[in-house]
Design a protein around this ligand. Structure first.
Ligand SMILES: Cc1cc2nc3c(=O)[nH]c(=O)nc-3n(C[C@H](O)[C@H](O)[C@H](O)COP(=O)(O)OP(=O)(O)OC[C@H]3O[C@@H](n4cnc5c(N)ncnc54)[C@H](O)[C@@H]3O)c2cc1C
Length: 432
């Protein structure tokens, strides 16, 4: 039998970018040829507990656009890219039949389903080496572990410790590298919205998130929000908005699938501050990125507890099981116009503002008293920017079983008066 070619694999998961890509940078330093791989794993598109689908049509389309953009960016660097649909284990099995896979470069993950995929690969490639990077964080775990022994329960304690002598790594210089080894020929799959099991659909013209997936669009948005419009300088005043594209950065969906790096955003904020001046708003975007990091550290620390009904606090969460109330919440037909408008926005666009998310989650947990995980699973299906850490972390928080023990209940009518005084938002979703 002829000897199999030795190669490394760059396994893309939630780090779908070429700029500031630690894995891409590292694999380029090795002597071996390599193949970049992305797998649309069937399990990510199936049904989950509580009846929701794991990925809804909005995020599925965004992901397809993201992978297409990544393909273009890798092509320009002459990097061979294999796109497959199926199970992660099977794809790696097929690859190992053809190649001698020496090392796999990927992002380090720790949540249940992500670890299961890794286990499948390990089963078919027991001797391959692994090189993992923590490229999803703003503040690197090494810095955090040097700064604190344990992740504090409260965000403020975490933030204050991190902000003392904060050191953010520079971006990895992966964007300008060119691949000059001979190309590996492989046959990929043509993956479309239809082949993933969704019908084509039109974007609702009322959407507050009219953007496409991929690094190219992410960087355009960054430039628009920063230097082109200088919206960043008023972010703190506008961030609680409900209508339009620009009340907040809208970076979340790109950050969630890694087509935008939080470290890139940080350094662009610093550049912006040099040029246009710093203020509370420019600081506040970093503050919000620290919330994002915080929930990642929480899930790393508490593992599967973030999916349990009693959460990380292990405080008993009492819920009723009322299917009709849950249906009304999802359909936007509750007794609150403000809640309904937000839920209709989510259902029709895959987007909801942070203000809206806090209100509808609080309403679901505290007023309807339903199992918070049903609400979280519905968000998981619908949200374009779904991210396991931020979603389950925020839901636990609002359900009172997470990082805050205070019993905070939002009054939707008061919130509507404060944040939608002219009814512009409720009109948009309830009366058009
Ligand atoms: C119940 C609930 C569920 C949520 N689920 C998700 C989710 O699945 N994915 C997700 O990315 N965010 C989630 N969030 C957090 C937040 O609502 C969104 O990140 C934010 O609305 C996205 O809009 P933006 O990018 O314009 O945010 P901006 O206000 O511009 O903030 C900049 C970035 O900071 C981060 N950020 C801001 N607020 C939070 C927060 N509360 N928690 C964690 N990170 C934050 C995001 O990465 C965001 O892109 C959830 C919040 C709640 C209350």
């Amino acid at each position: 039998m002829p000897e199999k070619q030795k190669i490394n694999i760059l396994w893309f998961t939630k780090d779908l970018r070429t700029r500031d890509s630690e894995s891409l940078y590292n694999i380029m330093q090795e002597g071996l040829p390599f193949l970049a791989v992305y797998i649309f794993d069937d399990r990510d598109f199936g049904k989950m507990q509580f009846g929701s689908r794991k990925t809804g049509k909005y995020r599925a389309r965004f992901l397809l656009e993201t992978v297409e953009d990544l393909k273009g960016n890798l092509n320009r660097k002459n990097i061979p890219f294999l796109i497959k649909k199926g199970s992660t284990g099977n794809v790696f099995k097929e690859l190992s039949d053809e190649f001698d896979i020496v090392k796999i470069f990927c992002q380090q993950e720790w949540t249940r389903e992500e670890k299961e995929k890794e286990d499948e690969i390990r089963n078919v490639l027991p001797t391959a080496g692994w090189e993992r990077s923590y490229s999803q964080f703003l503040v690197h775990p090494l810095f955090v572990s040097r700064t604190m022994d344990k992740i504090p329960m409260l965000f403020t304690a975490f933030r204050q410790k991190v902000e003392k002598n904060l050191l953010i790594r520079p971006e990895f210089a992966s964007e300008n590298l060119m691949y000059n080894k001979c190309g590996i020929k492989v046959q990929g799959d043509e993956v479309t919205l239809r082949s993933l099991g969704y019908a084509d659909f039109k974007t609702d013209t009322r959407t507050a998130f009219p953007f496409s997936g991929g690094q190219t669009q992410a960087l355009k948005r960054l430039e628009f929000y920063f230097s082109e419009t200088r919206n960043l300088s008023s972010y703190k005043e506008t961030r609680n908005g409900l209508v339009g594209n620009d009340y907040s950065s809208k970076f979340s969906a790109w950050l969630a699938n890694g087509s935008l790096s939080a470290v890139t955003v940080y350094h662009e904020i610093k550049k912006y501050e040099q040029e246009f001046g710093s203020n509370e708003s420019t600081y506040w975007l970093v503050f919000e990125l620290l919330w994002r990091d915080f929930f990642r550290y929480v899930s790393m620390e508490y593992k599967d507890l973030i999916f349990r009904k009693n959460g990380i606090s292990k405080k008993e969460y009492l819920s009723e099981d009322h299917e009709e109330l849950i249906r009304q919440w999802k359909e936007g037909t509750t007794d609150s116009d403000f809640i309904n408008a937000n839920m209709l926005e989510l259902k029709n666009t895959g987007w909801m503002s942070n203000r809206g998310r806090q209100n509808v989650a609080s309403y679901f947990c505290r007023i309807l008293k339903q199992d918070w995980r049903i609400g979280a699973a519905y968000f998981e299906e619908l949200l374009i920017d779904y991210d396991v850490h931020s979603n389950y972390g925020n839901w636990m928080y609002l359900a009172g079983v997470g990082n805050d023990s205070r019993d905070r209940i939002f009054n939707p009518e008061k919130q509507a008066e404060m944040y939608d005084p002219n009814h512009e938002f409720t009109e948009l979703w309830l009366h058009k």
